[in-house]
Design a protein around this ligand. Structure first.
Ligand code: NAD
Length: 185
Protein backbone atom coordinates (compact mmCIF):
# COMPACT_ATOMS: atom_id res chain seq x y z
CA UNK A 1 0.00 0.00 0.00
CA UNK A 2 1.38 3.38 -0.99
CA UNK A 3 1.29 5.95 1.82
CA UNK A 4 0.17 8.64 2.21
CA UNK A 5 -3.29 7.69 1.03
CA UNK A 6 -5.54 10.26 -0.67
CA UNK A 7 -6.91 12.62 2.02
CA UNK A 8 -10.50 11.29 1.91
CA UNK A 9 -9.34 7.83 3.04
CA UNK A 10 -8.72 6.97 6.70
CA UNK A 11 -5.25 5.43 6.79
CA UNK A 12 -5.76 3.46 10.01
CA UNK A 13 -9.10 2.03 8.80
CA UNK A 14 -7.49 0.85 5.58
CA UNK A 15 -4.50 -0.66 7.39
CA UNK A 16 -6.85 -2.61 9.69
CA UNK A 17 -8.40 -4.27 6.62
CA UNK A 18 -5.04 -5.86 5.74
CA UNK A 19 -4.58 -9.39 7.01
CA UNK A 20 -1.62 -9.53 9.42
CA UNK A 21 -0.71 -12.78 7.60
CA UNK A 22 -0.12 -10.77 4.40
CA UNK A 23 1.01 -7.48 5.91
CA UNK A 24 4.15 -7.13 3.78
CA UNK A 25 4.51 -3.44 4.66
CA UNK A 26 4.45 -4.22 8.38
CA UNK A 27 2.04 -1.36 9.14
CA UNK A 28 -0.77 -3.36 10.80
CA UNK A 29 -1.01 -2.74 14.58
CA UNK A 30 -0.50 -6.49 15.13
CA UNK A 31 2.82 -6.37 13.23
CA UNK A 32 3.90 -3.21 15.06
CA UNK A 33 2.93 -4.75 18.41
CA UNK A 34 4.83 -7.95 17.61
CA UNK A 35 7.92 -5.90 16.77
CA UNK A 36 7.70 -3.94 20.01
CA UNK A 37 7.57 -7.06 22.22
CA UNK A 38 9.95 -9.17 20.15
CA UNK A 39 7.47 -11.59 18.58
CA UNK A 40 7.62 -12.83 15.00
CA UNK A 41 5.79 -10.70 12.45
CA UNK A 42 6.29 -8.62 9.36
CA UNK A 43 8.77 -5.78 9.84
CA UNK A 44 8.30 -2.63 7.78
CA UNK A 45 10.61 -2.54 4.82
CA UNK A 46 12.68 0.63 5.17
CA UNK A 47 13.61 -0.04 8.83
CA UNK A 48 14.34 -3.70 8.00
CA UNK A 49 16.56 -2.51 5.12
CA UNK A 50 18.51 -0.24 7.46
CA UNK A 51 19.29 -3.14 9.80
CA UNK A 52 20.17 -5.43 6.89
CA UNK A 53 22.63 -2.83 5.58
CA UNK A 54 24.31 -2.53 8.98
CA UNK A 55 24.57 -6.31 9.29
CA UNK A 56 25.86 -6.87 5.77
CA UNK A 57 28.65 -4.35 6.39
CA UNK A 58 29.42 -5.93 9.78
CA UNK A 59 28.69 -2.71 11.61
CA UNK A 60 28.33 -3.58 15.28
CA UNK A 61 25.03 -2.45 16.80
CA UNK A 62 25.16 -4.14 20.21
CA UNK A 63 26.17 -1.70 22.91
CA UNK A 64 26.60 1.18 20.44
CA UNK A 65 25.01 4.60 20.74
CA UNK A 66 22.37 4.72 18.02
CA UNK A 67 20.68 8.05 17.39
CA UNK A 68 17.56 8.05 15.22
CA UNK A 69 16.41 11.45 14.00
CA UNK A 70 12.68 11.25 13.26
CA UNK A 71 9.88 9.39 15.04
CA UNK A 72 7.41 8.55 12.29
CA UNK A 73 5.41 5.32 12.42
CA UNK A 74 6.93 4.10 9.16
CA UNK A 75 10.61 4.84 9.78
CA UNK A 76 11.76 6.46 13.03
CA UNK A 77 9.84 4.37 15.56
CA UNK A 78 10.26 0.94 13.95
CA UNK A 79 13.95 1.45 13.16
CA UNK A 80 14.47 2.47 16.80
CA UNK A 81 12.77 -0.73 17.98
CA UNK A 82 14.90 -2.81 15.62
CA UNK A 83 18.12 -1.18 16.82
CA UNK A 84 17.01 -1.87 20.39
CA UNK A 85 16.29 -5.48 19.44
CA UNK A 86 19.90 -5.66 18.20
CA UNK A 87 21.01 -4.40 21.65
CA UNK A 88 21.87 -0.84 20.61
CA UNK A 89 21.53 2.02 23.09
CA UNK A 90 18.91 4.00 21.26
CA UNK A 91 18.02 7.69 21.43
CA UNK A 92 15.19 9.10 19.34
CA UNK A 93 15.32 12.76 18.33
CA UNK A 94 12.40 14.65 16.82
CA UNK A 95 11.12 18.13 16.06
CA UNK A 96 10.91 19.05 19.77
CA UNK A 97 14.38 17.78 20.72
CA UNK A 98 16.27 20.70 22.22
CA UNK A 99 19.94 19.70 22.08
CA UNK A 100 19.82 17.71 18.86
CA UNK A 101 23.36 18.54 17.71
CA UNK A 102 24.87 17.39 21.02
CA UNK A 103 22.83 14.17 20.99
CA UNK A 104 23.79 13.32 17.40
CA UNK A 105 27.44 14.02 18.26
CA UNK A 106 27.32 11.05 20.69
CA UNK A 107 26.20 8.60 18.01
CA UNK A 108 28.18 5.63 16.74
CA UNK A 109 25.28 5.03 14.36
CA UNK A 110 23.10 7.85 13.03
CA UNK A 111 19.83 7.11 11.23
CA UNK A 112 18.37 10.23 9.62
CA UNK A 113 14.66 10.12 8.75
CA UNK A 114 13.60 13.74 8.90
CA UNK A 115 12.54 14.74 5.40
CA UNK A 116 14.64 17.94 5.37
CA UNK A 117 17.45 18.20 2.79
CA UNK A 118 20.98 18.21 4.27
CA UNK A 119 19.63 18.45 7.83
CA UNK A 120 22.51 16.50 9.38
CA UNK A 121 25.63 18.66 9.13
CA UNK A 122 29.29 17.70 9.31
CA UNK A 123 29.79 19.24 12.76
CA UNK A 124 27.09 16.97 14.21
CA UNK A 125 29.02 13.80 13.38
CA UNK A 126 31.42 11.98 15.65
CA UNK A 127 34.62 10.76 13.98
CA UNK A 128 34.07 7.20 12.70
CA UNK A 129 30.27 7.16 12.98
CA UNK A 130 28.18 5.10 10.57
CA UNK A 131 25.50 7.21 8.89
CA UNK A 132 22.34 5.82 7.37
CA UNK A 133 20.43 8.42 5.36
CA UNK A 134 16.77 7.45 4.92
CA UNK A 135 15.69 10.83 3.56
CA UNK A 136 14.50 11.26 0.00
CA UNK A 137 13.96 14.91 -0.81
CA UNK A 138 13.31 16.46 -4.20
CA UNK A 139 15.20 19.74 -4.66
CA UNK A 140 13.95 22.64 -6.79
CA UNK A 141 16.38 21.65 -9.56
CA UNK A 142 14.69 18.24 -9.69
CA UNK A 143 17.59 16.36 -8.10
CA UNK A 144 17.12 13.96 -5.21
CA UNK A 145 18.95 14.55 -1.98
CA UNK A 146 19.02 12.96 1.45
CA UNK A 147 18.67 14.32 4.98
CA UNK A 148 22.44 14.21 5.43
CA UNK A 149 24.94 16.73 4.07
CA UNK A 150 26.88 13.95 2.33
CA UNK A 151 29.99 15.94 1.34
CA UNK A 152 30.55 17.33 4.82
CA UNK A 153 29.69 14.13 6.69
CA UNK A 154 31.58 11.61 4.55
CA UNK A 155 34.88 13.09 5.72
CA UNK A 156 34.15 11.98 9.29
CA UNK A 157 32.04 8.89 8.79
CA UNK A 158 33.33 5.33 8.68
CA UNK A 159 30.29 4.42 6.57
CA UNK A 160 27.66 6.59 4.89
CA UNK A 161 24.80 5.69 2.57
CA UNK A 162 24.25 7.71 -0.62
CA UNK A 163 20.94 9.15 -1.79
CA UNK A 164 19.79 7.94 -4.21
CA UNK A 165 21.12 4.39 -4.09
CA UNK A 166 21.40 3.56 -0.38
CA UNK A 167 18.34 2.85 1.71
CA UNK A 168 15.87 3.18 -1.19
CA UNK A 169 16.92 -0.02 -3.02
CA UNK A 170 17.08 -1.82 0.36
CA UNK A 171 13.43 -0.92 0.97
CA UNK A 172 12.48 -2.55 -2.32
CA UNK A 173 14.59 -5.62 -1.55
CA UNK A 174 12.97 -6.05 1.87
CA UNK A 175 9.50 -5.65 0.35
CA UNK A 176 10.32 -8.47 -2.04
CA UNK A 177 11.61 -10.50 0.90
CA UNK A 178 8.37 -9.96 2.83
CA UNK A 179 6.30 -10.85 -0.26
CA UNK A 180 8.08 -14.19 -0.53
CA UNK A 181 7.48 -14.85 3.19
CA UNK A 182 3.79 -13.97 2.80
CA UNK A 183 3.43 -16.22 -0.26
CA UNK A 184 4.96 -19.12 1.66
CA UNK A 185 2.49 -18.79 4.57
P1 NAD B 1 7.67 12.16 8.51
O1 NAD B 1 7.46 13.53 7.97
O2 NAD B 1 6.50 11.30 8.81
O3 NAD B 1 8.53 12.27 9.85
C1 NAD B 1 9.61 13.15 9.95
C2 NAD B 1 10.14 13.11 11.35
O4 NAD B 1 11.18 14.06 11.44
C3 NAD B 1 9.09 13.48 12.41
O5 NAD B 1 9.06 12.47 13.39
C4 NAD B 1 9.59 14.78 13.00
O6 NAD B 1 9.45 14.83 14.41
C5 NAD B 1 11.06 14.78 12.62
N1 NAD B 1 11.50 16.16 12.40
C6 NAD B 1 10.95 17.10 11.61
N2 NAD B 1 11.61 18.26 11.72
C7 NAD B 1 12.61 18.04 12.60
C8 NAD B 1 13.62 18.85 13.17
N3 NAD B 1 13.75 20.14 12.81
N4 NAD B 1 14.46 18.31 14.05
C9 NAD B 1 14.34 17.00 14.42
N5 NAD B 1 13.40 16.19 13.93
C10 NAD B 1 12.54 16.70 13.05
O7 NAD B 1 8.68 11.46 7.49
P2 NAD B 1 9.00 9.91 7.23
O8 NAD B 1 7.86 9.28 6.55
O9 NAD B 1 9.57 9.29 8.46
O10 NAD B 1 10.17 10.09 6.16
C11 NAD B 1 11.38 10.74 6.48
C12 NAD B 1 12.23 10.84 5.24
O11 NAD B 1 12.53 9.54 4.79
C13 NAD B 1 11.54 11.54 4.07
O12 NAD B 1 12.51 12.24 3.32
C14 NAD B 1 10.99 10.38 3.25
O13 NAD B 1 10.85 10.70 1.89
C15 NAD B 1 12.07 9.36 3.45
N6 NAD B 1 11.67 7.97 3.29
C16 NAD B 1 12.49 7.18 2.57
C17 NAD B 1 12.19 5.84 2.42
C18 NAD B 1 13.14 4.99 1.64
O14 NAD B 1 12.77 3.95 1.17
N7 NAD B 1 14.39 5.41 1.51
C19 NAD B 1 11.05 5.30 2.99
C20 NAD B 1 10.24 6.13 3.76
C21 NAD B 1 10.57 7.47 3.90
Amino acid sequence: MQLPLPKHLDEQKVILRISPEKDVDGFHPQSVGALSIGLKGFVSCTPAGVIELLKRYNIEIAGKNCVVVGRSNIVGKPVSLLLLREHGTVTICHSRTQNLKEVVQTADIVVAAVGIPNFIKGDMIKEGAAIIDVGINRLENGKLCGDVDFKACEKKASYITPVPGGVGPMTIAMLMHNCVLAAEK
